[in-house]
Design a protein around this ligand. Structure first.
Ligand code: GLN
Length: 385
């Protein structure tokens, strides 16, 4: 008997594939999104200390309460939303588990879920695993704005959830205040939940303000907002994040969490509790990455690639359609193998594989890495690609 797949269309993620290819070919890896610089030694010390102090057994299912209290404080200070840490905040195994929990909490068989493409690769599979139907609406370069007309046409009585991501991976765009107001009014009017993927909340540039779903009181019964310690504290491999939502939604999400991982690792939670007490550890992230973005844009000036506008996240899109008509996946593979530079093809973020001749480059890297990448890209002979 052959095993019938529940996700027949899912292959190993492009992030894993490109990182593997980069390491096989010794390429500079600007593909998968993760920092290549060291973390704050204080944070590492805090985890070590927590382990030595005996914080090595199960944490409570929803996470350590003192950590949830710190999060509640920061959420209130940042977004003006007062939350009950006991009933509205859950510590998760990274943003990815939180996304799955949120989808599983509200999506029933046959429910439709609106996903704006390009979209992160776990949204649609999580909807499918929960018996839902992903409805993909495309956003297009260069501004990747929400397709409001298509959204209006897509909404019907089966629409259960809309998923948004700001700052956006891979586009580097951010939702405006009026975008969020408009989405909020749709959700409230039609009784639709909103899953707001805000893992890059603090990586936002040029004086723009992050528009959190938590900042809109009218969304309180509808919104689930997902955050990532990995992005904010440069520790993607610790797989730690959290989700904030009203008590009724949180209770349902925790039923999922309890049955997947039960709880997440304890010493890291102890360390974050202490580390979050100093606001400098999170409030400086925007300027920190803005310097990297600007440095990287300077490197790209020596190449014929055309950067798109990047207002947030640690990803820079570049367009290459004026240089070659190569398919973006083929180009990304060839650049890794032959030019020693790994990137992510943007068509992978579209269900219909729309190829806008765009590559995504991660600039969460040391300046020397970004300079070396810029040099390689400036020396390419595009007639070979
Ligand atoms: N979020 C990261 C990216 O977009 C990678 C996540 C992953 O590898 N699953 O590159």
């Amino acid at each position: 008997m052959t095993l019938k797949s529940r996700l027949p269309g899912t292959e190993t993620s492009i992030f894993t594939r490109m990182s593997r290819l980069a390491s096989e070919h010794g390429a500079i890896n600007l593909s998968q999104g993760f920092p290549d610089f060291p973390i704050d030694p204080l944070l590492a010390d805090l985890v070590h200390k927590a382990m030595l102090d005996g914080s090595n057994q199960y944490a409570p299912m929803a996470g350590l309460l003192p950590l949830r209290e710190q999060i509640a404080r920061v959420v209130e200070e940042t977004y003006g939303r007062k939350t009950n840490p006991d009933l509205e905040i859950t510590i998760t195994a990274g943003g990815t588990e939180a996304l799955f929990m949120a989808i599983a909490a509200v999506v029933h068989a046959g429910d439709e879920v609106i996903i704006f493409d390009p979209s992160f690769d776990t949204y649609a599979p999580a909807v499918l695993l929960n018996g839902g139907k992903p409805i993909h609406l495309n956003m297009s370069p260069p501004d990747f704005s929400i397709p409001w007309d298509a959204l209006q046409q897509a909404i019907n009585s089966r629409t259960r959830l809309i998923i948004v991501n700001t700052p956006h991976n891979p586009c580097g765009t951010v939702l405006s205040s009026s975008d969020l107001d408009r989405l909020a009014s749709w959700c409230v009017e039609h009784g639709i939940y909103l899953l707001s993927d805000e893992v890059y909340e603090r990586i936002i540039f040029d004086g723009q303000q992050h528009q959190s779903a938590l900042s809109r009181p009218e969304l309180q019964p509808w919104a689930m907002a997902v955050f990532s310690f990995g992005k904010t504290f440069h520790v993607t491999g610790w797989k730690s994040g959290y989700v904030v939502a009203a008590p009724e939604l949180t209770a349902e999400m925790r039923k999922v969490h309890q049955n997947i991982v039960f709880c997440t690792n304890t010493p890291v939670q102890v360390a974050f509790t202490e580390y979050m007490k100093n606001p400098e550890h999170y409030s400086t992230l925007g300027p920190f990455y803005q310097i990297k973005r600007n440095f990287f844009l300077d490197q790209l000036k020596h190449t014929p690639l055309k950067p798109l506008s990047c207002s947030g996240s640690y990803f820079q899109l570049v367009s290459y359609g004026h240089l070659t008509q190569a398919d973006d996946l083929d180009l990304a593979v060839k650049l890794t193998r032959e030019a020693g530079i790994a990137t992510i093809p943007v068509s992978n973020f579209y269900a219909d594989h729309a190829d806008h001749k765009l590559l995504r480059l991660c600039f969460a890297k040391k300046e020397e890495t970004l300079a070396a990448a810029g040099k390689k890209l400036s020396q390419l002979d595009w007639s070979e690609f």
